[in-house]
Ligand binder design. Structure first.
Ligand SMILES: [Zn+2]
Length: 170
């Protein structure tokens, strides 16, 4: 394994990425965010998948995954060779990293709550959909780039696949 990512359970996630400190509104404190999160300039320009007129240049994520995530995005750019080809593959369609929330339909915090998960091209990779070749779903090269960094791809989740999603867990 290239990185010692934690197991995908609430206790291991909190131990590795930091137990949340919450404000009265139930969201993480500024102090927690400052201690645990960072931001980097995306290697290629992305847009918000649900609002494509909005450009995303900064990716806010957990400090422990920043170098790895930036490296994977750089790897995506290198693989396609140009921003235009990245766009043609839909890999500029950013659907979020840090977002303090629970897994949909579950009481457990999502890896997004720690800034340790990323969603790309949600329209072609909807929650619950099984990956199929030739349908414009998550490119195999992108899956391979994340998995080479030890990230888990949601398309392999057994109960409910989430092919738009990658997370830094075992
Ligand atoms: Zn996700």
């Amino acid at each position: 394994m290239p990185h010692p990512w934690p197991a995908d359970d609430p206790a291991s996630l909190a131990a590795f990425y930091g137990e949340h400190q919450l404000k009265q509104d139930g969201l993480p404190t500024a102090g927690w965010e400052q201690a645990n999160l960072t931001a980097f300039i995306a290697p290629y320009p992305m847009v918000l998948a649900w609002e494509p007129t909005r450009t995303v240049t900064r990716v806010r994520c957990h400090r422990k995954v920043a170098e790895s995530l930036k490296g994977v995005l750089q790897g995506i750019l290198d693989h396609y060779g140009s921003v235009a080809k990245v766009r043609a593959a839909g890999m500029h369609l950013y659907a979020g990293v840090y977002n303090y929330r629970r897994i949909s339909g579950s009481g457990s915090l999502s890896t997004h709550a720690w800034g340790a998960g990323i969603d790309l091209d949600p329209d072609h990779n909807g929650l619950g959909r099984r990956w199929e070749a030739g349908k414009g779903m998550m490119p195999e090269a992108v899956i391979a780039l994340f998995e080479a960094e030890g990230w888990k791809w949601g398309g392999r989740f057994k109960k409910r696949p989430d092919p738009m999603h990658f997370q830094a867990t075992q």
